[in-house]
Design a protein around this ligand. Sequence first.
Ligand SMILES: C[S@@+](CC[C@H](N)C(=O)[O-])C[C@H]1O[C@@H](n2cnc3c(N)ncnc32)[C@H](O)[C@@H]1O
Length: 223
Amino acid sequence: MSNQTLSKPVTSKQTQPHEQLTWLVEKHRHHSFQKPIARYNQQAFDQIAPLVEQHQGALLLDSGCGTGDSTRQLAELYPQALVIGVDRSADRLSRQRANTPDNCLLIRADLIDFWRLANRANWPIDDHYLLYPNPEPKPGHLKRRFHGHPVFPTLTTLSRRLQARSNWWVYLAELQQALGQFGIESQISNISHQSAPPITLFEQKYRQSGHQLWRLDAQLADD
Ligand SMILES: C[S@@+](CC[C@H](N)C(=O)[O-])C[C@H]1O[C@@H](n2cnc3c(N)ncnc32)[C@H](O)[C@@H]1O
């Protein structure tokens, strides 16, 4: 493999959860997020809402799915489930690397709106995957991380279970702390490179580059 394809581990002045995280999450916990829903997100949601309503089996959401490799893998692994992958990048979504199974839907939308729409519609999401979200490692960019964003309270009630993966431990430690402020327990564990094959393109790239990888698992609501 050439050096060009290797990726550097995340570097940041932050080696621990941000000192303002507790305050920021508390602020968002007590203020409802009022930003209007963008029209293109509403349209994307409306397009698939009837399929979700008709579906009888499990519902899985792959947020920030990029090229949708993980969405396709999950759809193949759980053929009775409906698996929805959402990403705001039309370019990434268009890079189809394999056939898309019938129970897999790939949608272009911004998660900040999509999560709120799914929550308002009471979608019964069983498993929510947040695989390698942009780490935004600069301390000044805390608000760009999903747990530092005003949408975060929505995420805590969106699904029964949440699985997040990252190559930056601090991101998951912060997510764990933020979930804890909502009374939600979670576990962080190492992802063994020897275990299952990589689930996403970024995971593949990080493994090839020798990065340490972690996952967080949380039960948000009773089964
Ligand atoms: C680091 S990439 C990971 C992609 C994929 N999960 C993977 O592991 O290969 C992060 C992805 O999140 C998407 N993303 C970031 N913020 C988003 C948002 N607010 N709404 C929708 N997608 C978003 C980006 O477009 C990008 O594809």
